[in-house]
Design a protein around this ligand. Structure first.
Ligand code: SF4
Length: 81
């Protein structure tokens, strides 16, 4: 299936970063040491460092990350609808 899942860290400036997201979903999230915040890995990035789109098979991964973020700033949505 070609469905895509949108993921955003928003507001990105709020990220601590405790890296709980990367602990459960390292395929998508990583630490940007310079910025001191979590970012979407470059291969999945859309616009800014906290915005991306992942293939359907990583939907559960980003959902899990959203579930463990202590600030609840990881937003997940279906692309194109
Ligand atoms: S879990 Fe949330 S607060 Fe923690 S690093 Fe990831 S986005 Fe930032």
């Amino acid at each position: 299936m070609g469905s895509k899942t949108l993921v955003r860290i928003a507001p990105w400036d709020s990220c601590i970063p405790d890296m709980a997201c990367a602990a459960v979903c390292p395929e998508v999230f990583e630490l940007d040491e310079k910025a001191g915040r979590a970012v979407i890995r470059r291969e999945y990035r859309l616009g800014g460092p906290g915005e991306g789109e992942v293939p359907g098979e990583l939907a559960a991964c980003v959902e899990a990350a959203a579930g463990v973020c202590p600030l609840r700033i990881i937003k997940v949505g279906r692309a194109g609808g």
